[in-house]
Design a protein around this ligand. Structure first.
Ligand code: SF4
Length: 311
């Protein structure tokens, strides 16, 4: 049973919606704290007014296996982002504003249609700047029978205050951990405080939902799943991130170390980002995670690679 159903029955979901909408008046939904009044249509760094903007939605089979199951993860891609990653792999949506405004009823209908298609969950992609809009739609969808767990699929620049509003609503947190170094975070995403803010958010998420629980059918039910995209030239700070996860979160954290980086958007203007990662860089990242004691990697490091590194 999705966590939010209990909050809805107790009447507390409405209180959470009101708390989230309140943050829009002088917007502090995310750590940027722009202070703009989004209730009257002003926009801050995420360029998103009162209504959410959606690029696309539908069953998605390219996510991690525990999210996909047999019928796909029910993704809703929100337009815009509170990050400015120079290499964004989804830049037409996150930076160029591709998408259409949707009201709460339309967003609720999207959730219900994904459930009707048999999806395992509602996978909210880039939800940070539209948390109130999601909750308003959720209430309508629950009244029409929505039961699927929510996946909060964020870039990891989330405020603890907003995450606390989501306690008991989100079942699966799937944040990125992009960098471990402030200078790199500033250069590549324009946010120096990303590493410390990101780590505080991950701690809050884990405190709410714990390690990822996967049922007998192989489907994720609740918990934390962390994504880490390996960048060329060690820019993602993999060692610091895997050590943090193992030491300060849990060695049982489910982690997807990703190899699909390819230069796009403004990456061609940054010398250290103009190439894909090499197989050696990827396997090094995997083995760093294993050496840190993380035992639940979405892809295990081949034994041969570990043997070579240990020689
Ligand atoms: S959600 Fe948008 S407007 Fe609000 S603080 Fe974050 S970037 Fe600024």
């Amino acid at each position: 049973m999705a966590a939010y159903l209990e909050l809805y029955r107790s009447g507390k979901l409405r209180e959470r919606i009101e708390a989230a909408v309140f943050l829009l008046e002088s917007c502090s939904l995310c750590p940027h704290s722009c202070g703009v009044n989004r209730l009257t249509g002003d926009v801050g760094k995420c360029r998103t007014p009162r209504e959410a903007i959606v690029s696309s939605y539908g069953p998605h089979f390219g996510e991690e296996a525990p999210l996909v199951g047999g019928h796909g993860s029910g993704t809703i891609f929100f337009t815009n982002c509170n990050l400015r990653c120079q290499f964004c792999q989804n830049y037409s949506i996150s930076q160029l504003g591709e998408g259409e405004k949707v009201n709460r009823e339309e967003l609720a209908d999207m959730m219900l249609s994904l459930q009707a298609k048999g999806c395992n969950n509602i996978n909210l992609v880039s939800p940070t700047h539209v948390v109130p809009q999601i909750l308003e739609a959720l209430e309508i969808a629950v009244e029409s029978g929505l039961q699927l767990p929510l996946v909060y699929n964020s870039g990891g620049y989330d405020s603890v205050e907003t995450l606390r509003i989501l306690d008991g609503i989100v079942d699966i947190y799937m944040p990125d951990m992009k960098y471990d170094d402030e200078e790199t975070a500033k250069e590549l995403s324009g946010i120096e405080s990303y590493p410390s803010t990101n780590k505080a958010a991950i701690k809050e998420m884990h405190q709410q939902v714990g390690d990822l629980k996967i049922n007998e059918q192989g489907v994720a039910e609740r918990g934390l799943l962390v994504r880490h995209l390996v960048l060329p030239n060690g820019l993602a700070g993999t060692k610091g991130i895997v050590n943090f996860l193992s030491g300060e979160i849990s060695p049982n954290t489910y982690v997807n170390i990703m190899d699909q980086y390819h230069p796009c958007y403004r990456a061609f203007q940054i010398e250290s980002l103009v190439r894909r990662i090499s197989p050696v860089e990827f396997h090094e990242a995997l083995s760093l995670a294993q050496e840190a004691g993380l035992s639940r990697l979405d892809r295990a490091c081949p034994v041969e690679i570990l043997r070579i590194r240990s020689e």
